[in-house]
Ligand binder design. Structure first.
Ligand SMILES: CC(C)(COP(=O)(O)OP(=O)(O)OC[C@H]1O[C@@H](n2cnc3c(N)ncnc32)[C@H](O)[C@@H]1OP(=O)(O)O)[C@@H](O)C(=O)NCCC(=O)NCCS
Length: 198
């Protein structure tokens, strides 16, 4: 498996990775009527707004995973408000009150924003990231390689620390992040915010 910078030709394959790992690390393709909403929230804005911080794991030319992120969560959130959410909000109406379907929950996040700008630990951990590998690419050291590549790029941009959110049901990812030097920053009903210095 190789690691290389993202190119625009990877986008469709990375959508598939995002969907196949979108339910606590497992396949989310049957969970949502419109699973590409996951990509609109958690993958595509990074590829569009921070393409130089996106790296891809590739085997025989096929992308099997990615890491994406930003060095400055506040600036990224502001850019999303101006450049990313408006078109999506125009395309997808707000869900009806009382609709608690999985799609409605994603649509609410899309309309309210994902709240990243209000986190209390941003001064120490201004960067954040998302990492996903298809099952066939997991457990071969690629997660570590992708993390170390992104950490180096974030340090070059002057970020002092990085945070991420992880579901309590994703035990594999929790163990991986601890091994990669992350500690709990803030427990949440859904899991926890974790962070590490860079
Ligand atoms: C979580 C994920 C990114 C980890 O990547 P990976 O390639 O499987 O992990 P690696 O093989 O690089 O492991 C790196 C280190 O973490 C350790 N590790 C990984 N999984 C572990 C586990 N379940 N328990 C204990 N240690 C673990 C490895 O032993 C390794 O340690 P070492 O490098 O010091 O020897 C990957 O499994 C994945 O994409 N899962 C599905 C999507 C997902 O859950 N994404 C995160 C959403 S928040």
């Amino acid at each position: 498996m190789e690691l290389r910078p993202f190119t625009a030709a990877d986008a469709r394959s990375l959508d598939e990775v995002c969907i196949r790992t979108g339910q606590h690390g497992g396949d989310a393709s049957q969970l949502y009527e419109e699973p590409t909403l996951l990509c609109d929230l958690y993958l595509r804005p990074y590829l569009a707004l921070e393409p130089s911080l996106a790296f891809v794991a590739v085997r025989h030319g096929r992308p099997l995973g990615y890491i994406v992120g930003t060095a400055d969560t506040l600036a990224f959130a502001a850019r999303c408000e101006n450049e990313w959410w408006p078109a999506l909000r125009a395309r997808h109406p707000r869900p009806a009150d009382g609709d608690n379907s999985p799609d409605a929950q994603l649509l609410r996040r899309l309309h309210q924003g994902v709240g990243m700008e209000t986190l209390p630990f941003l001064s120490d951990h201004p960067a954040h990231l998302h990492i996903d590998l298809l099952p066939e690419a997991q457990g071969h050291g690629m997660g570590r390689r992708l993390m170390e590549r992104l950490f180096a790029a974030l340090r070059e941009r002057g970020a002092a620390g990085v945070h991420l959110g992880v579901s309590a049901l994703n035990e594999r990812a929790l163990a991986f992040y601890r091994r990669m030097g992350f500690d709990t920053l803030q427990p949440q009903p859904w899991g926890e915010w974790m962070g590490r210095r860079l």
